[in-house]
Ligand binder design. Structure first.
Ligand code: ADP
Length: 371
């Protein structure tokens, strides 16, 4: 009897903690050492001596000092893409249920953000969260038809580079059916507006009605080819812009007359490295400063929401203003903090973990209605 009572109490406590924490989660993912990082025989173990993962905790030792962090989940280098997806599929279901969901990948260049979001092209078991989310959404759409649910999906893909929005999808002129801009004007302003229903509109942004995973995959390829890439000392293909994939999911049940309006935002953030590490000068310096500013705005917004301040500085960056409806109320937010296990990245890893810890300590909006 005591065991059952204890178990009940544990569950109740767990649920209470979840409610107190609100609807933001932070997952940490440590990528494996890459072959060139692994060349030194002394470091050929999975973890360099400076980092230790224990359950939901991660310890990082730097300059003789140990720093400990605890997150909602820590994925080890051995964790597969499937292991990671299993932990977020509930959020995808939430978007189908009518919630606004935002999933970010944060970390220095080369820490595994794009691998987490997109995966490795052409290797099915290494596909990332975005293709896996699409599979789940379109499978669920089919399976709920028999229950009377009909879903319509629309996607947009943009990047924010130096605080300027760029559309990554083909405009209506180059791709006819189903594609349009949100207003018909010729000069593209990409002005962000929020309507009274909490929906975001970006003028002139291409929004495409999609019916299948294949259609979205085609658009994702198009977007990937359009993305700005810059060369820094850290990674030749490093992405210096925030990539924002948005899918609006509208559901209507003709039998029960229920309706749902969900949004799934998947954001591959630009590399968080500091100026000294990226070795930037000229245009690269401007990029790095702009990235750092918008990432710190993101942290400020989440922090202000957590402290329930009257004024939330959404307008201080394009990213936070764009995502305003998904960063408050009953929206759900998940941040991946991607970490490189290479000891030479320990300084940057510590900064990333501190950023994530600041985000993790906050409660946003009202508690979860679902998990
Ligand atoms: P970022 O987007 O943060 O700049 P990438 O996703 O491009 O970093 O990752 C850098 C390199 O590490 C790539 O070669 C990628 O394939 C590899 N990588 C990242 N995470 C993993 C992982 N979990 N398992 C295997 N390889 C990974």
């Amino acid at each position: 009897f005591k065991v059952i009572e204890g178990e009940k109490l544990r569950k109740k406590l767990h649920n209470t903690i979840l409610e107190l924490k609100g609807n933001i989660r932070v997952f940490c993912r440590v990528r494996p050492l890459l072959p060139d990082e692994n060349s030194d025989e002394g470091k050929s173990v999975s973890y360099p001596t400076s980092m230790e993962v224990l359950g939901r905790g991660i310890d990082l030792a730097q300059n003789g000092q140990k720093h400990s962090f605890v997150f909602d989940k820590v994925f080890m280098p051995e964790s597969s893409q499937e292991d990671v997806f299993v932990e977020i599929s509930q959020l995808v279901q939430s978007a189908l249920d009518g919630y606004k969901v935002c999933i970010f990948a944060y970390g220095q260049t080369g820490s595994g953000k794009t691998y987490t979001m997109m995966g490795k092209p052409g290797i099915p078991e290494e596909k990332g969260l975005i293709p896996r989310c699409l599979e789940q959404i379109f499978q669920t759409k089919e399976s709920l038809l028999s229950n009377g649910w009909k879903f319509e999906m629309q996607v947009s893909m943009l990047e924010i580079y130096n605080e300027t929005i760029r559309d990554l999808l083909p405009s209506s002129r180059s791709n006819g059916n189903g594609t349009r801009t949100e207003n018909g004007s010729a000069a593209k302003q990409y002005a962000i507006k929020h309507d009274t229903n909490g929906n975001t509109h970006v003028s002139d942004l291409t929004v495409v009605d999609v019916c299948s995973k294949q259609e979205v995959s085609y658009l994702l390829n198009h977007a990937a080819n359009c993305r700005s890439v810059g060369k820094t000392q850290m990674n030749e293909q490093s992405s210096r812009s925030h990539f924002v994939f948005t899918m609006r999911i509208s559901g209507v049940n003709e039998t029960t007359e229920q309706q749902s309006q969900g949004v799934l935002n998947l954001i591959d953030l630009a590399g968080s490295e500091r100026l000294s590490k990226s070795g930037s000068t000229g245009d690269r310096l401007k990029e790095t400063q702009s990235i750092n500013k918008s990432l710190s705005c993101l942290s400020d917004v989440i922090f202000s929401l957590g402290k329930k301040e009257d004024y939330i500085p959404y307008r201080n960056s394009k990213l936070t203003y764009l995502l305003q409806p998904c960063l408050g109320g009953d929206s759900k937010t998940l941040m991946f903090v991607n970490i490189s296990p290479d000891p030479t990245s320990a300084g940057e890893s510590l900064c990333s973990l501190r950023f994530a810890a600041r985000v993790n300590a906050c409660e946003i909006g009202v508690p979860h209605r679902h998990v």
